[in-house]
Design a protein around this ligand. Sequence first.
Ligand SMILES: O=C(O)CCC(=O)C(=O)O
Ligand SMILES: [Fe+2]
Length: 286
Amino acid sequence: MSQLEPRKLPYRYEFDKSEVEQIGECNETHGFAIVKHFLTEDQVEALKEEVRRVMGPAAEASDTYTHTHPSFVEASPVLRQFMADESYMRIANRLNRHVPIMLNRSAAIYKKPGAGPMAWHTDWEPLEHPYRANAVLNNTGASSMWFYLNGIRPERGGLAIIPDSHTLDYSGPEGFELTERGKSFYRKGTAPVDYTEMDFPECIPLYTDPGDLIIFAERTFHGVFPHHGDEVRLTCAMSFRPIAYQPPQVWPVPESARQFIADCPAEIYPLVKDYIGFNGDWISKE
Ligand SMILES: O=C(O)CCC(=O)C(=O)O
Ligand SMILES: [Fe+2]
C-alpha cells in the first residue's frame, strides 16, 4: 500500500462538533480526534489572513521554509475569540475532564512550498534539567487544538500520527527504539537519529478539510511530510491545561503576555489571567 493513501482504522475518529463526549473519549483512548467542519469558510479565511498578517512579512523575507510562532494568540484577536466560542470551549473543557482550565499555550506555523519533513516526535519532553519553556508547557496534560487551514494532504506538508502512542508505556513502532529522552525513535540497528520516513504500518497520514479541528495529546507521536504543494501551509492552535498544574519553574511573564492579558475582553479573562506566555531563551535553573 502506498504511504500516501488514506488508511482505515477500526474505530471512528471523525466527529461532529456536538459529539463532545465521543471526541473526549477518542482522544483519551487513541491520543487524537478530528472534529469535522468546525470552522465556517469565513472563519477559515479570517484565521488564514491573521497568520499571513502576523507571520507573512518576516517569513517571506527569509530563506527558511518553516516559521513557527510560539505565542501566536497574543498577536491574534481572531484566534483569541475562540475562547468565547461555546462549542470550542465545550470541547476544551471535555479534553480536561471538566476541571477548571486556563490557556496553556498557542502556536502558528507558516510553511512555504519546498519545506522538508519534520521528524517523528512527541511534543512532551521530560522535565530534566536543563529544560526549556517547551518542556514546561508540554508537560501539563494538555491536548492541542489545531486548525490546519489548508486542509491536510500528505503531498503538501501533511501531518501523520501514530494512534495509541500517547500512553506512558509507549515504546515506539514495531522494530524501532526510542531516542535518548524519548522524544523520537529510530529503526533498530541504525543510527539513533530522529526518524523522518512515513514507511511503517503504525503511521497514519491524516486527510482533513480546511475547517476541521485536529486534536492530539501532548504525548502523541507525530511527523510532517515534505511540502510539495504550491500554497503556503497555514496552521494555528491553542491548548488549555488544568489551572491546578504548577509549573516546576517559570520565566518572568513577558511583556507581550501581560499586554495580551490586559487586552482580552472580560468574558475570557478567567482563562487568561494566569497565562505565562512563552520565553524561548529561558533555561531551567537546575
Ligand atoms: O507542522 C506541523 O504540522 C506540526 C509541527 C509540530 O509538530 C511542532 O512544531 O511540534
Ligand atoms: Fe509537534
